[in-house]
Design a protein around this ligand. Structure first.
Ligand code: H2U
Ligand code: ZN
Length: 348
């Protein structure tokens, strides 16, 4: 009888933040991928695109004109999924249950430059984006009807982004959405039992093992979580336990901007492509509670598996049973860790 090894044998890993499990099948691809990396046509875009609805000075779908913004620009989403004036109410009939939801949806342009991505934007502008996220969280979170502020970015057509101009979104709403609620409860239960942040303890363990760390600076660590579902999924965790972005000091905000630049550069370098992902922060609810258990972090959920064109599909078993992966989180971390911090398009 051989002894069980995480690197060799099929197993399930537990996610203590969500309470979910992921099936890992390392025997299907034990060796790191050394096959051909298909190159895609370079993503050459002009600095300004007269057709882009996010470029400075341009016309949006609702006929509003964007200002000649020089750094960042925030506007109310013209096709908002949530509306501020939705009447309160619900529907309850037997097993059928619904509740009305109020909220706000905004779009955040990260830069006036149409041709850049987070990886290519200069650090000062990136730090300004972090300040915008902080200000938006504070402003929206202060509204009595807003219980949670979700900040996120869909990057790349593969992730459904409607426009290549560097931008993200903010959806703020009355209820805490499901995924955040699970993390909320898990962190609260851990804090009640141990008196410490779940993610602070997790970070300590990961830094000790040093097996899944991708990059780090004085204020933040980027790692492939032990329970990662997507092949190159990562989390960015603050070293100091804060519950939300506004609590970060000026230096910590710069640290956040720096690690985002570093991580997205490595992502682009992995398959020498503009790497698609969904990224979003998880922060404390804005319902007025103290939430001493909350620990700010960001999730990067990228779909690519083997090259710029070969993606991981979450289909049959994943949709109906539970998520599954072949390449182990340790293999993914080792590959991301080995990459350069210089963007491939800036390399000679
Ligand atoms: P995505 O690329 O992640 O879809 O974000 C772009 C958002 O921009 C999208 O939610 C909004 C869309 O509703 N939008 C406007 O608000 N005004 C426009 O003129 C076009 C797109
Ligand atoms: Zn543009």
């Amino acid at each position: 009888m051989t002894t069980f090894k995480l690197s060799d044998h099929p197993h399930r890993r537990y996610n203590p933040l969500s309470g979910e499990w992921v099936l890992v099948s390392p025997h299907r691809t034990k060796r790191p991928w050394q096959g051909q990396v298909e190159t895609t046509a370079p993503d050459d875009r002009p600095q300004y695109d007269p057709q882009c609805y996010l470029c400075p000075g341009n016309l949006r779908a609702n006929n509003a004109h964007n200002p000649q913004y020089a750094q960042t620009f925030v506007f109310e989403n013209d096709f908002a999924a949530l509306l501020a004036d939705t009447p309160e109410g619900g529907y309850n009939s037997g097993l059928l249950r619904a509740e009305s939801e109020r909220g706000v949806a905004r779009v955040v342009c990260f830069s006036p430059r149409h041709d850049l991505t987070l990886a290519q934007i200069d650090l000062d502008t990136l730090a300004a984006v972090v300040d915008v996220w902080a200000a938006q969280f504070s402003e929206l979170g202060a509204r009595p009807e807003i219980g949670y502020v979700q900040i996120f970015e869909n990057r790349g057509a593969m992730m459904g982004a409607s426009n290549p101009h560097p931008h993200g979104q903010i959806w703020a709403q009355s209820h805490v959405p499901m995924t955040v609620q699970r993390e909320h409860e898990a962190q609260a239960a851990y804090f009640a039992q141990h008196g410490r942040s779940l993610l602070a303890d997790y970070l300590t363990q990961e830094l000790e093992l040093a097996e899944r760390i991708v990059c780090e600076n004085e204020h933040f660590v980027a790692l492939v979580p032990f329970w990662a579902v997507w092949p190159f999924e990562t989390m960015v965790i603050s070293r100091r336990q804060v519950a939300a972005i506004p609590e970060l000091s000026a230096l910590e905000r710069r640290g956040l901007a720096a690690i985002f630049k570093q991580l997205t550069t490595r992502y682009d370098n992995l398959f020498q492509t503009s790497f698609p992902y969904s990224m979003g922060f998880h922060q404390r609810p804005t319902d007025g509670g103290a939430h001493p258990h909350w620990h700010l972090h960001a999730h990067f959920l990228p779909p690519l598996l083997r090259s710029a064109t070969v993606r991981k599909f979450m289909v049959g078993y994943e949709l109906l049973g539970e998520p599954q992966r072949d390449i182990t989180p340790e293999q993914a971390a080792a590959r991301l860790q080995a990459l350069s911090d210089v963007h491939y398009r800036a390399q000679a």
